[in-house]
Design a binder for this molecule. Structure first.
Ligand code: FE
Length: 335
């Protein structure tokens, strides 16, 4: 017999299936290649299955629509603003855990326990080994200097990574100065923003620009890709700072959903993600910085050198997201 189920019935069925013992259901904005080894490691250690639904966009809307019947226990994503968006939408719940508090430094988790950072990353400059001298790039502010005219490549100004960077600029200097900076940066672009962070490094390799803004871990990914290794070899990593402060940081993180049908198992997975085994997987397979003290960065990441992280609180950076987006549009960054 052909059975036709309504969406509501399907959701009910889904939540009935997923509330069976010893399972955790994750909605993830992060890519399957990275999350699956973590899920597999957790299952091997605990016997608890992890079901992952990879979501492209609209996670908050989806969780709101599903309401109490949502099968999701956890959400995983990169970028502080995406975490805050879920918290602000009211689809998460605070988690009380001594393990999470011990493993994750206070500046990398919410003060109200609504989200927890699992890795951090720096947004840095990739500089041409041939055309940029050592010490020529020092601050983010300097990227707006006309001396870089026609020499900078960047992905879209409205990508969350760049919105967060501009948000940090606003938090440091105020909106007016940040807008002047964004105008200056745009005026220095060698081409219209397009593509990924790695595409900007490729453009340096191809001679289209001399410096690019990108996240640290992409260097690790490029070095290990036969085609992209050449791009990586054409640049070095420079850790710019905000004047008088440090290098812009962002996180990837996790939060428990308000509906969480498998709360105990979900908490176990959250805690496991903050422990050594998982933190090493993040460090070695994706070249991110572990948040847990004492877990080493990968040797490759270490080879990029030491730097001072910016002292801004990430929640304060996320608060500037609407202003940063508006400025990116006002200066027509992608135009
Ligand atoms: Fe990324």
């Amino acid at each position: 017999m052909y059975l036709r189920l309504s969406t509501a019935a399907l959701a009910l069925l889904g939540s009935a299936i997923c509330t069976m013992a010893d399972e955790v259901n994750v909605y993830s904005y992060r890519q399957p290649e990275l999350i699956q080894p973590l899920a597999d490691g957790f299952t091997a250690d605990t016997g608890i299955a992890v079901n992952i639904a990879f979501v492209d966009k609209g996670m908050a809307e989806r969780l709101i629509a599903e309401g109490k019947r949502s099968p999701a226990d956890l959400v995983m994503t990169v970028d502080i603003s995406r975490l805050m968006e879920l918290v602000d939408a009211g689809v998460t719940q605070p988690v009380e855990s001594a393990v999470l508090k011990e493993n994750i430094p206070a500046n990398l988790r919410a003060s109200d326990d609504e989200w927890f950072g699992l890795t951090s990353r720096a947004r840095i400059v990739y500089a041409s080994k041939e055309r940029v001298k050592d010490g020529e790039v020092t601050t983010y502010e300097d990227l707006a200097d006309p001396k870089w005219k026609g020499r900078i490549c960047s992905r879209s100004g409205t990508h969350p990574y760049n919105v967060a960077l501009l948000g940090a600029m606003i938090a440091h200097h105020g909106e007016a100065e940040a807008k002047t900076w964004a105008e200056g940066l745009k005026a220095n672009l060698a081409r219209k923003p397009a593509g990924s962070d790695r595409d900007q490094v490729k453009a340096i390799w191809a001679g289209e620009c001399d410096i690019a803004i990108g996240n640290t871990y992409y260097m690790g990914q490029m070095v290990n890709d036969p085609e992209q290794k050449e791009w990586a070899d054409s640049v070095r990593i420079v850790f710019p700072v905000f004047e008088g402060d440090g290098t812009h940081m962002n996180v990837s993180g996790v939060a428990m959903t308000k509906a969480a049908p498998n709360k105990d198992a979900a908490l176990k997975f959250m805690e496991w993600l903050s422990e050594d085994h998982a933190q090493k997987i993040y460090a070695e397979t994706n070249y991110e910085f572990p948040v847990k003290l004492g877990v080493p960065r990968s040797a490759l990441v270490e080879s990029w050198g030491a730097f001072t992280p910016d002292s801004l609180n990430l929640t304060d950076v996320a608060k500037e997201r609407p202003a940063a987006l508006r400025i990116m549009e006002e200066v027509n960054f992608d135009g």
